[in-house]
Write a protein that binds this ligand. Structure first.
Ligand SMILES: O=C1O[C@H](COP(=O)(O)O)[C@@H](O)[C@H](O)[C@H]1O
Length: 355
């Protein structure tokens, strides 16, 4: 059995998750291959999970196992910490290797999981509440004094350890609305994440919101091509498409990723880097999105899927009962020149049976 080498175990930048979690590892096999599976739980013996169904091809499964990993967390904060460690570790690796770290964001719930800052502050609040309750308000006040006094040291390690100047930030998809609109993925990321970390503003590549949906897609594709010429974005020698260092994806309850929706013809786009949709089933209707060849050429894909509302799509994706002509977009995420890690929780996995 191969063991998942998730970020929590491998990254030296922060010990937070490995300190708090008690991991156990398994292989999750599916008809379309297998996933190295790590169950991260504060009480692993009580944790349910994990699905196994017949493996179609041992050879292909072995290859897929090395490319796909599944992490299942008990608590949202542990998932967020592990995702943060994963991103920080890759940032360190790529900044050293190629002086740039190209990161692709999505919208939705993923962004909440990237809020590195709130994570530790919440932990301080919890610790403070415990200290005050069990040892009296005096101890709580002393801790509060030390915390504020050493506030810079107490801030999450990423702020100091990550070389944010190497980050180049993109979006896997964007809703075609003004940048200050509540539906904008750019606004969400700026408000919740990018405004809290010192990524240089000229390395944040937003969609041009002054253009039509077609114009915005072409403009974003041209932006990518220019950055390939400049050497900021790598190219996959396997696919010939841009190879982003880290692609952060979420998944909708219907199994969509980025703005690639089930049954929409653009899921079959195999030439363009960026395309558009004018009839998105989820509002707003006009969106631009990376195509599958770009997504699947990434060096690292992190797919964050949490909550019971996603359990149906997760079940379909990981149990593989449907014919290949009926794949959900999430099932079409297949790294061609890299690896993929699912960051999930137990509610999202709840429709899958135990091993
Ligand atoms: O519309 C979108 O939805 C997906 C999933 O969002 P979530 O809130 O269910 O996690 C998101 O990944 C995508 O970027 C966004 O445009």
């Amino acid at each position: 059995m191969s063991t998942a080498t998730g970020a929590a175990a491998s990254n030296s930048l922060s010990p937070t998750t490995s300190r708090r979690s008690s991991p156990s590892s398994r292989i999750l096999t599916t008809p379309r291959g297998s996933l190295s599976c790590r169950l991260l739980s504060s009480s692993p013996s009580q944790s349910p999970l994990v699905p196994v169904s017949a493996m179609a091809s041992p050879g292909a499964a072995g290859e897929a196992a090395s490319r796909k990993k599944l992490l299942i967390f008990d608590a949202e904060k542990d998932l967020a910490a592990s995702l943060a460690e994963h991103a920080a570790g890759l940032s360190e690796k790529f900044a050293a290797e190629r002086s740039a770290f190209t990161v692709v964001l999505s919208g939705g719930s993923l962004i909440k999981a990237l809020r590195f800052l709130d994570l530790l502050e919440n932990e301080h609040r919890t610790f403070l509440a415990w200290l005050s309750r069990d040892y009296g308000p005096g101890r709580g006040l002393i801790y509060l004094f030390i915390f504020w006094h050493h506030r810079k040291l107490a801030e999450p390690p990423y702020l100091e350890a990550v070389d944010w100047s190497r980050w180049h930030v993109f979006w896997a998809d964007e809703r075609v609305v003004p940048k200050d609109h509540a539906d904008s993925n750019y606004k969400l990321a700026m408000d919740e994440f990018l405004s809290k970390v010192p990524v240089p503003a000229n390395q944040v590549y937003a969609m041009n919101d002054a253009l039509s949906v077609e114009g915005a897609a072409d403009d974003y594709e041209n932006c990518l091509k220019q950055l390939i010429k400049n050497g900021v974005i790598a190219v996959s020698p396997v696919t010939g498409f841009p190879k982003f260092d880290l692609m952060l994806l979420g998944m909708g309850p219907d199994g969509h990723i980025a703005s690639l929706f089930p049954g929409h013809p653009i899921v079959n786009e195999n030439q363009k880097l960026v395309t558009c949709v004018k009839d998105s089933p989820k509002p707003p209707p006009e969106r631009i999105t990376f195509t599958f060849p770009v997504i699947n050429s990434s060096a690292h894909i992190a797919l964050m899927v949490t909550g019971a509302g996603k359990a149906g799509a997760v079940h379909k994706a990981l149990s593989g009962n449907e014919s290949s002509s009926d794949l959900l977009p999430v099932e079409m995420v297949e790294p061609q020149d890299g690896e993929m890690t699912w960051f999930t929780d137990k509610p999202a996995m709840s429709m899958l049976s135990r091993i």
